[in-house]
Design a protein around this ligand. Structure first.
Ligand code: UTP
Length: 291
């Protein structure tokens, strides 16, 4: 048994404007765009559930009410499916139905940045460590990145940031960690740099959108001034917290798709389609025809 306070709660910031997907995201949140038959947000929730998370907190914004509907019980639909004997469809619905009382929703009233979105969850999370998953980053692995991070947290405690290797010449596009020399699981993070100038990155490990954070981050976010892009940046607050608490890095080796970008979203759709035995052959044939 771990001596560290368990990670029971996950926060999903879903209040961004999704401007890269306009006009699709004018009325539909980007988190509800589908990869195959599931909305993007469902992949992150499934990953959190696989990691043993019990409570799911969504930081939403204007035009995002449909996310709440997605995780609610669809009584009329269920009733109709029952009357028509559609057992398979009913099973699909119940497989993804969160337990009553296991979801919370709060609103970020203006998209002031990721750090501000996380801060909006402070009253719901309370004084507990929590998982933070950016749903745009869709991960294809079993049991998943967050489950690996929870294992590491149970061993080490502190704060955990998931990273992934990227080619050195690509590091300027990402948030990158600075780390202790020795390699291996659970290395100590000594710094973080957002989009380092080419040739200056302290490592080739980028921060991939999965975190386990201690609740003291909220006190720091409370006073955090806007940073890059005039947004309240989570990285700035984590840097301050790292002066007082341990930060450990995990290297995730599964596949990740940045579904906040068009190319990442299309790649994710292809990858999940090729994994689906019902349609894989036809999709593969079509790709061959097109290329
Ligand atoms: P992004 O910057 O990738 O999302 O934020 P965005 O702003 O919606 O996308 P574009 O660039 O306009 O297309 C990363 C994550 O942080 C959330 C987003 O919803 C996304 O999950 N976020 C960002 C918020 O919840 N609030 C914010 O103020 C900013």
């Amino acid at each position: 048994m771990s001596s560290h306070k368990p990670v029971r709660i996950a926060v999903f910031p879903v209040a961004g404007l999704g401007t890269r997907f306009l006009p699709a995201t004018k009325a539909v949140p980007k988190e509800m765009l589908t990869i195959l038959d599931k909305p993007v947000i469902q992949y992150a929730v499934d990953e959190a559930r696989n990691a043993g998370i019990e409570h799911f907190v969504f930081v939403t914004g204007r035009n995002k009410a449909v996310i709440e509907d997605h995780f609610d019980l669809a009584y009329e639909l269920q009733d109709t499916l029952e009357k028509r004997g559609k057992t398979a469809a009913l099973e699909t619905l119940s497989r993804y139905q969160p337990e009553a009382g296991s979801t919370s929703f709060t609103r970020q009233q203006a998209p002031l940045g990721l750090g501000h979105a996380v801060w909006c969850a402070r009253e719901i999370v309370g004084n507990e460590p929590f998982a933070l998953l950016l749903p745009d980053m869709v991960m294809k692995d079993n049991p998943g990145c967050m489950a690996e991070m929870v294992n590491l947290y149970n061993e080490k405690g502190g704060n955990i940031i998931a990273t992934e290797e990227v080619a050195w010449e690509e590091t300027h596009k990402y948030g990158v960690v600075e780390k202790e020399e020795h390699d291996g699981p659970g290395f100590r993070i000594t710094g973080m740099v957002e989009k380092p100038a080419p040739g200056t990155a302290p490592s080739n490990l980028f921060i991939n959108g999965r975190y386990i954070l201690q609740p003291e981050i909220f006190e720091i976010l409370e006073d955090q001034e806007p940073g890059a892009g005039n947004e309240i940046q989570l990285t700035d607050a984590m840097l301050k917290l790292s002066k007082k608490q341990d930060f450990f890095g995990h290297v995730f080796t599964g596949e990740t798709y940045d579904c906040g970008s068009k190319e990442g979203f299309i790649k994710a759709n292809i990858a999940f389609a090729l994994d689906d035995s019902e349609i894989a052959d036809e999709v593969r044939r079509e790709i061959q025809t097109l290329t």
